[in-house]
Design a protein around this ligand. Structure first.
Ligand code: MTE
Length: 318
């Protein structure tokens, strides 16, 4: 059996949370208020080469996407991560610095008019950057609310020119066991991949994120580019993407390959559908002890429910 080993997200959360998060809770709670939110709202978008990363930082915020909760303090969102390439625990930020993100090439392949390899900086020049405040929900029942910089996934799909026969898009993370110790663990199905239907990928919420908190993406959060589908559990949202493939076959992602009884293709958030080993009814906001009720589609029902009409027989919430 492939998976008898305990994964990071099977740890009890208090076992995995970095000590600093607990030691400094009071100042984190203060920072989590609207003061921080205001400072994260840039007035305008200035084209800048911040740390060599392409894109505008900060970018103009798209006010269509509102939060019902305070932003998560930046230090929590950037120090409590899942990035199995660098270890199956939350404190991988240091190890992730070994990832070299410049230059960075993305390959477009499969059912496209013309396969191509594109330099990330060149791609970024052609994309409509903005900032969006989204809720984020991990299948482990922790959650955050963060400002992502990037561009709609639809713009990436349009750029790639998939054939009309393509039904899915699959994203793949880099593969380099020399710098990513997790990838030397051969029982995991590297490289990390996951995919969406074309309808999901072109839904207005689907977002390619290149930055966070008005700055280029930290390596531990998936530099230089990852995707965000805020109505789905975090494990779908592939980091450090090097390959985008269009296909007519439903892809089997990293976690589904490891444990299909627990992780499926759709992975939409639903408080009423428990993970086989824990409830999904509530979630803990990162940096706090606060538990809040989980919302259907993570609160984005009005944007995405139509995608799943008539699919009641599918396993939409695992
Ligand atoms: N992408 C890659 N390549 N490797 C990973 O281990 N973990 C996923 C997702 N994307 C993961 C990944 C999981 S389980 C979660 S919850 C989110 O990334 C975590 O994103 P964050 O560290 O920015 O919060």
């Amino acid at each position: 059996m492939l998976i008898k080993r305990r994964r990071g997200w099977e740890l009890r959360e208090q076992d995995a949370t970095p000590e600093a998060v607990y030691l400094d809770r009071r100042s984190l709670l203060q920072a989590a208020g609207f003061g921080l939110m205001a400072s994260a709202l840039p007035a305008g978008a200035a084209m800048a080469q911040a740390g060599g990363a392409a894109g505008p930082y900060p970018a103009r915020q798209n006010m269509r996407y509102r939060l019902d909760r305070p932003l998560t303090p930046e230090r929590d969102a950037t120090s409590y991560n899942n990035f199995y390439e660098f270890g199956s625990h939350k404190g991988i930020a240091g190890a992730a610095q070994a990832l070299k993100t410049e230059p960075w090439t993305i390959e477009f392949t499969g059912m496209v008019e013309k396969p191509m390899k594109v330099d990330f900086d060149e791609l970024a020049k052609r994309m409509p950057f903005e900032e969006r405040l989204y809720r984020f929900r991990c299948v482990e029942a922790w959650a955050m609310a963060v400002p992502w910089t990037g561009f709609p996934m639809k713009s990436l799909v349009d750029f790639a020119k998939p054939l009309s026969s393509a039904k899915y898009v699959v994203f793949q993370t880099f593969m380099d066991p020399k710098i990513a110790p997790g990838q030397r663990q051969s029982w995991y199905p590297w490289p990390y991949t996951d995919g969406l239907t074309i309808a999901e990928a072109t839904n207005e919420l689907a977002f390619m994120a290149t930055g966070i908190y008005g700055k280029p993406m930290p390596k531990q959060n998936g530099a230089p580019i990852r995707f965000i589908t805020p109505w789905k559990y975090g494990f779908k949202q592939v980091k450090s993407i090097v390959r985008v493939e269009f296909t007519d076959k439903r892809p089997v992602g990293y976690w589904e390959k490891l444990q299909s009884s627990e992780y499926g293709f759709w992975a939409n958030v639903n408080p009423k559908v428990s993970h086989p080993r824990w409830s999904q009814a509530t979630e803990r906001m990162l940096g706090t002890d606060e538990r809040v009720p989980t919302l259907l589609y993570n609160g984005y029902e009005e944007f995405v429910a139509d995608l799943y009409k008539g699919m009641e027989k599918e396993r939409l919430f695992a």
